[in-house]
Ligand binder design. Structure first.
Ligand code: GLA
Length: 358
């Protein structure tokens, strides 16, 4: 067993958590708004055992790297950031974590907007909960994961990714109100399935990226408009008084929240698809988090028969596109999209369904 090869002992427990893809409700979570993600089949798995010395030892099979960590060390900025962050925060909740050996394997793609870091956080937290039997529920695990990201990785993110990784499955969409944290699973529109294609442009959302800037712009807009968060505004006309670029940023958030609320009322594939397309346009033009490669891929997908709608998914600045497509047609649509994308000068890769077509 690989764990044994690295650590010389057997693991005591194992846990895993999925990545996610978001269908609608992009950049609404840190505005207390609504989101509609689903889990993807790709997962991160951790095996955990007790360390035989006074340090933690973390091994990533993907990076083939072993990192040793003592409680009083500064948290390094690498794959262990999320693990160390979760350990620190669980200890702050009052649960002592003994030195552990932790072995990670993952097939969640990194840097494409499918929440590989949330999958690692939730897998780690689930593993620690199984090892030590502490009574933190799935929502609390998501809150701790989000805090680890904000405090230790420098990404001022919302809670969608961690809630999706902790609570969503691949058969339903998770309709989540990020203010109340009330959630419910919803079926996909009848006769549809999900296709996810990587644009080949990886993104880096953490500190220094446009992500934190967008969040600050939203908070500034809410302050000027006199509301707690942009979620409190339903009428897009209300943002017209704002100066640019705050007006465009806020218009995206307000219209995006409205799109999620419309989508959950009428789950017809056609209507849902139009809302997805409108979301992409809004992310591109008002929120300005898309890039030319992702726009090209979304446009190609949107023009293929059998595609109801396509948009960038996740934080943006690169990453993947999600499309809602007619059931049974994902493979055919994927090959056509990859082909046309290549002719436009880019290299794409199909991530969901998990078949390797290219
Ligand atoms: C990243 C963040 C999420 C969310 C999305 C955009 O994935 O981690 O909290 O803001 O971007 O919808």
């Amino acid at each position: 067993m690989k764990f044994q090869r690295v650590f010389g002992t057997l693991p005591k427990t194992q846990a895993s958590a999925p990545g996610r893809v978001n269908l609608l409700g992009e950049h609404t979570d840190y505005n207390h708004g609504f989101v509609l993600p689903t889990a993807i089949p790709q997962r991160t798995t951790v095996q955990i055992g007790l360390s035989s010395d006074d340090r933690h030892h973390f091994y990533s099979a993907e990076y083939d790297e072993l990192i040793n960590f003592s409680d009083d060390d500064t948290i390094p900025q690498t794959f262990v950031t999320y693990i160390c962050g979760c350990i620190r925060l669980v200890e702050k909740e009052g649960y002592k974590i003994p030195p552990i050996n932790l072995y990670i394997t993952s097939n969640v793609p990194i840097g494409v907007g499918l929440s590989s870091s949330a999958a690692l956080e939730i897998a780690t937290l689930r593993g620690l909960r199984a090892l030590l039997d502490f009574p933190l529920d799935d929502v609390r695990l998501a809150q701790i994961g989000q805090l680890a990201e904000i405090r230790y990785a420098g990404l001022n993110c919302g809670i969608m990714d961690q809630m999706a990784s902790s609570l969503a499955d691949t058969n339903t969409m998770l309709f989540l109100d990020t203010r109340t944290l009330k959630y419910r699973p919803l079926p996909f529109p009848a006769g549809t399935e999900i296709l996810v294609i990587d644009s080949g442009e990886t993104h880096q959302l953490a500190a220094g990226s446009g992500y934190n800037k967008r969040r600050a712009e939203c908070e500034e807009s809410a302050r000027i408009l006199g509301v707690k968060a942009l979620r409190d505004i339903a009428d897009p006309k209300a943002v017209e008084v704002l100066p640019e670029p705050l007006k465009r940023r806020s218009r995206h958030v307000v219209t995006e929240n409205n799109r999620v609320l419309q989508a959950v009322k009428s789950l017809s594939a056609e209507h849902f698809g139009q809302l997805i397309n409108a979301s992409h346009a809004s992310l591109r033009d008002d929120y300005e988090v898309s890039v030319p490669a992702v726009d090209a891929l979304a446009a190609i997908l949107q023009s293929i028969p059998g595609v109801f709608g396509a948009k960038l998914t996740g934080g943006g600045f690169g990453g993947a596109c999600v499309a809602l497509v007619e059931s049974g047609k994902a493979d055919v649509i994927a090959s056509e999209a990859i082909d046309r994308y290549q002719r436009a000068g880019y290299t794409g890769r199909v991530l969901v369904p998990e078949v390797k077509l290219n």
